[in-house]
Design a protein. Structure first.
Length: 377
């Protein structure tokens, strides 16, 4: 349920969803579709219409971050990508130095596309590498390989990208410590500014989940996941990366400002199929989401409102969420009144620590953030 307009804090963060993929990966439960590339021009037109409607309807301040995610935004043909970026620049004011990220798959990254993104104002690239080990990539049903990732990064550097994230996944069936260490070493050799390392989750109804249910894949135990996380933390700390969030590491000055907006519960407008928006007046908060399926999204935009559902967070609930999400970040959160007892208990379990006016997760708290979430919400 979208909020009433007056009294809202302005949006300074914009997310744009491109739902197209060449192939649906076996572990993926994102709002992403293969075989719909023919819809791209109509989708772009609908996206532009939604952005214009949003610009008129909601308060926007000059944007601090823009994030074009998916799906696979790099699949957009260069003329369409140029059109989207041009439209964003005409419709919204950007703060000087705004962070503009685009998610790219190494298999659809080439010099022409990179040039188009740079010229259109993209200054941060997030490469969905996921791994370098053929077996793990095969289990994930990723149609890419380590060599493509190396080439994509070299091309990105040549095109002038000096702020690059690599996404990696650990805890993949058949992956052992040695193969993960090898993956980490290969990723670090590329010198990215930022790394997101996620533990694989088996989301219900994905291909991977069905295989696990059918006993065709070995379980990854929590001990194995724990060991892999240990290796990740050690190698990244040794290489000079700061773990600034549960699953994110960065070199100095390269934290993802867009993702920080989510963890700090700042208003983010989400445009495109299935995109989520979050707004607040400083007390209550509203979250709503668009129609997910691309064709239905086109029809919904044409009828004037792409919203599919939403919820209101009353002040107490909005505050709890702010504390829970804030404690995903190493910098922690300034906890509002009413949370002292829960935070003291978490401190007693060694999960958080008080730092002046703030509460921050310990290393154990970052590793076991789900326990913090359970206690706070
Ligand atoms: S490329 Fe990304 S969004 Fe697309 S199917 Fe694979 S994991 Fe999902």
């Amino acid at each position: 349920m979208a909020p009433p307009g007056p009294g809202l804090l302005p949006f300074r963060h914009l997310y744009v969803h491109i739902p197209f993929c060449r192939h649906k990966c076996g572990y993926c439960d994102f709002n992403a579709y293969a075989g719909m590339e023919g819809l791209m021009p109509a989708y772009e037109a609908a996206l532009e219409q939604e952005l214009e409607q949003a610009r008129r309807r909601w308060p926007f301040a000059p944007l601090h971050t823009v994030y074009i995610g998916g799906g696979t935004p790099s699949l957009y043909p260069p003329p369409l990508a140029a059109r989207l970026l041009g439209h964003l620049a005409r419709t919204f004011e950007l703060e000087p130095g705004a962070e503009v990220t685009l998610e790219a798959n190494p298999a659809s990254t080439d010099p022409e596309r990179l040039q188009t993104w740079r010229a259109g104002g993209v200054n941060r690239l997030s490469l969905g590498v996921q791994g370098f080990d053929r077996r793990a990539l095969g289990v994930l049903e990723r149609r890419t390989d380590g060599e493509l990732a190396v080439t994509a990064l070299a091309m990105a550097r040549a095109a002038g990208f000096d702020d690059v994230n690599l996404d990696l996944i650990y805890g993949v069936p058949f992956q052992d410590i040695r193969s993960w260490e090898e993956t980490m070493h290969r990723a670090l050799a590329l010198g990215p500014e930022h790394l997101s390392c996620y533990c694989l989750t088996f989301e219900p109804r994905t291909l991977l989940w069905r295989r696990l249910q059918q006993g065709r894949l070995p379980e990854v135990t929590s001990d194995q996941q724990w060991e892999l996380l240990e290796v990740t933390c050690r190698l990244l700390a040794d290489a000079g990366y700061e773990r600034y969030e549960v699953s994110n590491w960065a070199r100095m000055g390269h934290r993802s400002r867009h993702n920080l907006a989510y963890w700090e519960c700042r208003p983010v407008y989400g445009a495109g199929a299935g995109a989520h928006s979050y707004a607040t007046d400083g007390e209550r908060a509203w979250r709503w989401w668009n129609v997910a399926r691309p064709r239905e999204y086109l029809a919904a935009v044409a009828s004037g409102d792409p919203e599919d559902g939403g919820e209101v967070l009353e002040p107490e609930q909005a505050r709890a969420e702010r504390v829970m999400l804030g404690l995903r970040c190493a910098s922690g959160v300034e906890a509002p009144a009413g949370f002292e007892r829960r935070l003291e208990e978490l401190a007693g379990s060694g999960l958080v620590v008080r730092k002046g006016q703030r509460w921050a997760p310990t290393r154990r708290g970052l590793d076991l953030h789900n326990q913090i979430a359970l206690a706070v919400l």
